[in-house]
Design a protein around this ligand. Sequence first.
Ligand SMILES: Cc1cc2nc3c(=O)[nH]c(=O)nc-3n(C[C@H](O)[C@H](O)[C@H](O)COP(=O)(O)OP(=O)(O)OC[C@H]3O[C@@H](n4cnc5c(N)ncnc54)[C@H](O)[C@@H]3O)c2cc1C
Length: 456
Amino acid sequence: METKNYPVYCKTDIVVCGGGTAGAFAAISAAEQGKKVLLIEQFGSIGGSATNALVLPIMSTHIEGNPQCSYISKKVRNRIFSYGGSDESGRWFDPIILKIVLEELCLEAGVKLLYHTFISEVIREGSKMKGVLISNKAGLQIVEGNIFIDCTGDGDVSVLAGAGYTKGNPDTGKNQPISLRYIVSGIDKAALGEFFKSEIKRTGINIAINPDPANIYAAVTATGEWTLADLFKKAIANGDLAEEDRYYFQAFSIVGREDALAFNNPEFFDCVDGTDPEHLTKTQIEGRQRIFKQLKFFKKYMKGFEKAYISEIAPMVGIRESRNIEAEYILSANDIISRRKFDDAICQSNYPVDIHGKSLDFTNYSKPVDDGKPYYEIPYRSLVVRGIDNLLVAGRCLGAEFLAQSSLRVQHSVRASGEAAGIAAAYSLEKGIPPRSVDGKDVRMEMQKLGASFAE
Ligand SMILES: Cc1cc2nc3c(=O)[nH]c(=O)nc-3n(C[C@H](O)[C@H](O)[C@H](O)COP(=O)(O)OP(=O)(O)OC[C@H]3O[C@@H](n4cnc5c(N)ncnc54)[C@H](O)[C@@H]3O)c2cc1C
């Protein structure tokens, strides 16, 4: 594109594009390697889905000892726990406190943050990226850098740079369902707990429900027997809820907020393209309407919600999956199901395949390898964007097939991928070689040297 008239905002070593979980971890690790790092984010805070889409908790790795493959995760856990913003494990957290902690760690590492700024174009010179075009209140400007890390979740920068990608379920062409999450406060948890107990007794079903006021939990999905399913069916029959409301409903407690519950819904099964502005607009509008309806449902059909109110609706729509970028290695469904290991692994996980609204038949896939190590690994090469010399990708849009992405999209893997990309970008600059020539083994060794734990 013609860019000569746009002013250059700055030139820096490493440009991290998008400040979600992967972006924050990439920026911190690159800056802690002594590099000049700019992090560009469209919203006014970092954390992305984990904070602005209110996504919690951090899923377990499902590996014995729950190794996080990230030294920054330890720092985040220690800081957020010391602020009273998480449980001891750090997995259950308050999204506002996480925002503060990630921001503090970025600033302490020397990362320059640029909020309220959207990346809308890429400036390429041959096989390299020269810069990104940013748009904000100051107008259109260029940010130049030596290495770029695409942490936009949707792979915006890689696609603008011309990289290939896949998107959606290859069987249906559709993306994973998306959700607009929210928080309700002012709940009398003791009364709600007693109500849950009475529902367990009335229905004779004690599934996916915890009446303990300190740790309230409840879930309903389209399939299976659930304690609260009967209540949902009644409300649907009375016109108080939509049929879709019972396809996916999940409520859980938030550390440090005694009268609040966080909701992993409403979920959308048709309007699901996170790269389509109309879908994003529609889900925000309809989501808010459905959330308001759900509050009325709680008040009418349950106990403990008499003084309850909606205290937060996520400003960011929760996108589970959109584009996945063509990387030097594309992690396949068979890789994760067979628990494949890689020499250049930067993350390990045994989190299951997690595609909402779909039960899977694995008969046509490889069988899990019985090597005494029940987990799969993500290779560094899945972060190296194919065809562009100075671009890495991290987070939920890294190089993976749809089914593999449904497992690695959870926060611990996204954190590890960002951390690895930041270190790799710094190594690339240090050694004067492109990211594709960086040895992933060196990246993992550096992560481990700094305190990241991996399963043996
Ligand atoms: C509804 C839902 C429930 C989930 N449940 C769980 C769970 O219980 N546990 C778990 O561990 N994981 C869960 N996940 C998965 C996990 O939270 C996400 O996959 C992960 O947080 C994604 O992190 P990311 O950094 O890759 O992307 P994102 O968090 O999407 O971050 C991308 C960032 O880039 C910014 N950005 C995007 N485009 C641009 C642009 N062009 N210019 C500037 N900025 C841009 C965005 O504003 C955002 O801050 C869930 C996800 C969803 C959506």
